[in-house]
Design a protein around this ligand. Structure first.
Ligand SMILES: [Zn+2]
Length: 261
């Protein structure tokens, strides 16, 4: 992808952990102004660094602090502070993430290296996402709005707008008003479908969707195209695609590592 293009690239989309099918969750929004990373799951930094200059990153947004979406923040912090410190990267996180970040620094800070006493603190300029569906953050190349998703921990559905186009991310979530508002009328909706088709899958209230629910939400909120991601069982991709498409009726794809749209 050349510097002038804009669009979405999947670094990884596994719901479990890095595996043969690639890293855990991580996406890049490209524009001529650089790259915005959405999620930093394990393996995504290596995937990014294999393809692009690290300096192209303008901001990192983490939807929620589960490890499969956030663990590579520490990898970024080490790379960002060693061997030489760089200008801090804007980092957007849901409420409650500060404690996890402090924990990272307490565990992995290196007291004998001045640039790495607290690698996270020294790498990032942190902003807490409002998740109010209203506040607009101007990021290089994109305007970002965050919404309250429904998950076991604070979780932000995201909407990025640029030149009259919108890309939405569900984060990990059950069906809820926030994810629907984020995706409403979007050109591309990146929606989790952790489960394939289990009617009681979310009965414990953890907050995940099935492929059929992803398709139904996309239809009901009028999104133009659907990218189904975060499958717990990738061997069931064809079935997930069928179930989502059956509900949605519009263009649907299953995310794979390295995919560009
Ligand atoms: Zn999660």
């Amino acid at each position: 992808m050349s510097g002038g293009d804009f669009g979405l690239e999947v670094l990884g989309c596994n719901a479990t952990a890095p595996s043969a099918s690639g890293p855990a969750s991580g996406y890049v929004l490209h524009s001529e102004l650089g790259a915005i990373l959405v999620d930093a799951g394990p393996g995504t930094m290596a995937a990014y660094a294999a393809r692009y200059e690290l300096e192209r990153v303008r901001a990192i947004v983490v939807t929620h602090m589960h490890a499969d979406h956030s663990l590579d923040l520490m990898a970024w912090a080490y790379r960002w502070t060693f061997p030489a410190a760089r200008e801090r990267i804007p980092l957007y996180l849901p409420r409650g993430a500060e404690q996890a970040l402090r924990g990272f620094d307490e565990l992995y800070g290196i007291p004998t290296l001045p640039g790495m006493h607290r690698p996270i603190e020294q790498s990032f300029r942190v902003t807490t996402l409002e998740m109010d569906g209203d506040t607009r953050h101007e990021l290089p190349g994109w305007t970002m709005i965050s919404f309250e998703a429904r998950h076991a921990v604070p979780s932000a559905a995201l909407r990025f707008e640029r030149a009259g186009r919108a890309v939405a991310f569900s984060s990990d979530t059950g069906d809820c008003p926030g994810v629907r508002a984020a995706a409403a009328g979007s050109d591309l909706f990146v929606c989790e479908a952790t489960w394939i088709d289990e009617p009681d899958a979310d009965s414990a209230g953890h907050g995940h969707l099935t492929a059929a629910q992803a398709g139904r939400i996309a239809l009901e909120v009028g999104t133009r195209s659907l990218l189904v991601t975060h499958l717990a069982d990738r061997s069931a991709s064809a079935e997930a695609l069928r179930l989502a498409a059956e509900q949605f009726g519009g263009p649907v794809r299953i995310a794979t590592a390295g995919m560009r749209l």
